[in-house]
Ligand binder design. Structure first.
Ligand code: AMP
Length: 216
């Protein structure tokens, strides 16, 4: 079982790379952002609590996201593994993850940090949208569907944009990353877990770097 954390500010490409690892290796993406968006859509109590915080670009409470993660970790030892995408995002979440993994006898293999230029992120995030049926990601400038209005993967014709993918909220999300998430790196560095990848390179080149790290 491989367990990795993809770390990097919003728009660094964590979700894209996690999806590729899922389809290529059968590893399971654990995205607390996706789980929270699903909770909002389903109208659950967690969703109701999280919505305003997410729309503002701030962080949802540690207890809520850690509970969402804990629910997914009860798997047999021959499971292909997990890609943590957007979790942990604070020092207490990193501590909780250590505990959750240790309790199950699982071991974190790597923390892969996608390094990106912050100015490019606003541009990347504010143009993104996805297929409403299969979730395939697109971008107004970098990746439009081959046939306008039709998803390349599933043929769906409904697309959606995240309400927090606007320039103003992105600035708050970046500030949250700097203030609360970047401080989890030194702890992982002290354990020799961190590998850095240039997140400004092409998606294929980032995927190749991650594959090389996982082959280690
Ligand atoms: P993401 O899809 O990872 O960009 O997350 C979208 C939003 O969900 C974030 O801006 C936060 O409001 C919330 N969120 C997702 N994951 C976490 C987390 N691990 N801790 C706190 N808030 C989170």
């Amino acid at each position: 079982m491989k367990i990795i954390i993809l770390l990097g500010p919003p728009g660094a490409g964590k979700g894209t790379q996690a999806q590729r690892l899922m389809s290529e290796r059968g590893m399971v993406q654990l995205s607390t952002g996706d789980m929270l968006r699903a909770a909002i859509k389903a109208g659950t109590e967690v969703g109701l609590k999280a919505k305003a915080v997410m729309d503002a670009g701030e962080l949802v409470s540690d207890d809520i996201v850690t509970a969402l993660i804990a629910e997914r970790l009860d798997v047999p030892a021959d499971h292909p593994g997990f890609i943590f995408d957007g979790y942990p995002r604070t020092v207490p979440q990193a501590d909780s993850l250590d505990r959750l993994l240790a309790e199950r006898g699982f071991k974190l293999d790597r923390v892969i940090e996608l390094e990106v230029d912050e100015e490019a992120l606003v541009d990347r995030i504010s143009g993104r949208f996805s297929c409403g049926s299969c979730g395939e990601g697109y971008h107004d400038r970098y990746k439009l569907p081959k046939t306008a209005g039709v998803c390349d993967v599933c043929g769906g014709t409904e697309f959606k944009r995240r309400p927090d993918d606007n320039a103003e909220t992105v600035r708050t999300r970046l500030a949250e990353y700097r203030a609360k998430t970047a401080p989890i790196l030194p702890g992982y560095e002290a354990r020799g877990m961190v590998v850095r990848v240039d997140g400004m390179a092409s998606m294929d080149s980032v995927s190749a770097s991650i594959a090389a790290i996982l082959a280690d």
